[in-house]
Design a protein around this ligand. Structure first.
Ligand code: SAT
Ligand code: MN
Length: 581
């Protein structure tokens, strides 16, 4: 009797017609062979092995460099279950339309069977997925990003309890590109893209879209959040989860290095993109990082902004769409030491600093093992996870949103997450820098109706005896002249210290119509060039701006109709009333 997995592989092979089938065990030998083959075919370019051992460059198709949200679908049986936040097709239509593109799509190629675990190998909160792909780059990336290979097969056995992800590069044409999810069947089909979030199906497709759907059914949370621990000089460590949209600094915050002035503090990294959170036996919220690697944005990364990740990516890493120096080392805008005199840009064309174009694509990336990170938490593979005391919601906002403020309670905290908005970035195709609503940083990743999602968040609060405190943060507030008011990066620890003090009941706050805002001298600015006037601007509650925001929020919430919990609507009405009163 074939196992459910073998049966599915046979079915897919009969449809896609690969030349070979290779079951991946995740071993070094297998990886070596795969890399050699990719070097031969030009899929990978070897980097300077002295400076960057076991590091390679990959150039993706120039039309395939970011997530394509308009080609991403959630295919629930009923349209309203996908909600206004998702593109929708009926499952039968999706299977017909996208299935046709898979017919014979692997001709002449190898079909790789990639079994993987999301989460620590022995954690009860971990889940198994299998990705079938015809891209060796995807295989090598999945080996970094997940616990891939034999461990997953061993845990799966003959069970059918795994998420089925089918991926083919197809012909890479954006006209024949689809990323479809069937959450009710726990199935993902992705064709026509070899790029990160479209092709590494364990990440956004499983861990967030299918994951959030499963989490609602089963009573947990799958969120677009980093997880970090702050150790104070006393030795006390407090864990924080934080949701920010793609390319808004999750990786940098998760690996924060305390500045000189903050002696005795230490930030431990548990995760930098995704958190799966369950109610523990003690009634607290416990988080695991389902991933095993980081898929981070390269431009802007340097030894000042994120020394921990710079150390992490020095070996065993894949670089995608960065530039290449004559020395065979990677280069991107914002790297230490400034631009080289000449280089080859992300498309393989000769480049000099005078070209007037970017050497690296703005969404160029590194793929690197988490275990290599100097700040990785000793708890990062704890099967129980870590207990979360605070949740931060943040985004890029030039105006309105204060540096930090706290919700009045869990329900109000859910409202703060639900009203998040952020300026768009290069992580998805489309215009950059326009403010869009992005509740909980999950707009592109929530696998069901977001109205129901807000309801699920409210339910979780009822389940928790000790719910985390909820905060909003904004490192990106600007002066009218367009200058950032807050230095950001390592100095964000000063804001985290206020968060910890609130969590542990050690500092007061001013109650305002939007929530608890710090008294301006409760955030330590010693040694910073942040004047009291600037601090006041950072914490100011812009009354007229909030009246306008509340009206915009009402409009946004209206589209969820019956699916919007009445409590969320009421929170917005209460905000409006408080602003008037
Ligand atoms: O390409 S990914 O979706 O993995 C990166 C991101 O957009 O967060
Ligand atoms: Mn992300």
């Amino acid at each position: 009797m074939p196992t459910p997995l073998e049966h599915w592989v046979d079915q897919v092979a009969a449809h896609t017609h690969p030349k070979h089938i290779q079951w991946c065990d995740g071993s070094d030998t297998e990886n070596q062979r795969l890399i050699e083959r990719m070097l031969e075919t030009g899929t990978l370019i070897e980097l300077n092995q002295k400076e960057y051992p076991a590091c390679y460059l990959h150039r993706s198709d120039p039309t395939d460099v970011a997530r394509t949200e308009h080609l991403t679908f959630v295919c629930t049986v009923r349209k309203e279950d996908a909600g206004p936040n998702n593109n929708w097709m009926a499952p039968a239509d999706a299977k017909e339309k996208v299935g046709a593109l898979f017919a014979g799509s692997m001709k002449g190629r190898t079909l790789y069977v990639v079994p993987y675990i999301m989460g620590p190998v022995t954690s009860p909160y971990s889940q198994i997925g299998v990705e079938i792909t015809d891209s060796p780059y995807v295989v090598a990336s999945m080996r970094i990003m997940t616990r891939m290979g034999q461990a997953a097969l061993d845990r799966l056995g003959a069970s059918d309890n795994f998420v089925k992800g089918l991926h083919s590069l197809g012909d890479l044409s954006p006209d024949r590109r689809f990323i479809v999810h069937l959450p009710e069947e726990r199935v993902i089909w992705s064709i026509g893209s070899g790029y990160g979030g479209n092709a590494l199906l364990g990440k956004k497709c499983f861990a967030l879209r299918i994951g959030s759907f499963m989490a609602r059914q089963e009573g947990w949370l799958a969120e677009h959040m980093l997880i970090l621990g702050v150790e104070e000089p006393s030795g006390r460590t407090t864990y924080i989860a934080a949701a920010f949209p793609s390319a808004c600094g999750k990786t940098n915050l998760a690996m924060l290095v305390p500045p000189e002035s903050e002696k005795g503090y230490k930030v431990w990294t548990v995760g930098e993109d995704i958190a799966w959170m369950h109610t523990g036996p003690d009634g607290r919220l416990w988080a695991i990082n389902p991933e095993a690697g980081f898929f981070g944005v390269a431009p802007g990364t340097n030894w000042h902004t994120n020394p921990n990740v710079m150390a992490t990516i020095a070996k065993n890493s894949l670089y995608t769409n960065v530039a290449l120096t004559p020395r065979g080392t990677p280069y991107w805008e914002g790297m230490d030491g400034g631009p080289p005199a000449e280089a080859v840009d992300w498309q393989g064309k000769p480049w000099t600093p005078h070209n007037g174009v970017k050497a690296a694509h703005p969404n160029s990336r590194f793929t690197t093992p988490a275990r290599q990170c100097p700040s990785i938490s000793p708890q990062w593979e704890n099967p129980k996870g870590v207990p979360i005391s605070a949740i931060l919601f943040g985004g890029r906002r030039a105006s309105l949103i204060p540096l930090v403020y706290q919700s009045l309670n869990w329900q109000h905290g859910v409202f703060l997450g639900a009203t998040m908005a952020s300026e768009t970035t290069a992580a998805a195709t489309g215009k950059v820098g326009v403010v869009r609503r992005d509740p909980m940083a999950m707009l592109p990743f929530c696998g069901y109706n977001m109205g129901d999602y807000f309801g699920h968040w409210l339910d979780m609060g009822r389940r928790l005896q000790q719910a985390p405190q909820v905060f909003r943060v904004n490192w990106f507030r600007q002066s009218p002249e367009g200058k950032f008011l807050w230095p950001g990066f390592g100095e964000n620890l000063r804001v985290l210290r206020w968060v910890l003090a609130r969590v542990h009941g050690e500092v007061g706050a001013a109650e305002t119509p939007i929530g608890y805002v710090p008294h301006s001298n409760d955030i330590d600015t010693s040694g910073l060039e942040v004047s009291p006037a600037v601090m006041q601007a950072l914490l100011a509650v812009d009354h007229d701006g909030w009246v306008e925001a509340a009206a915009g929020q009402r409009k946004f919430f209206e589209q969820f109709g019956e699916h919007l919990p009445r409590q969320i609507w009421q929170e917005n009405e209460t905000l409006t009333r408080r602003l008037r009163g």
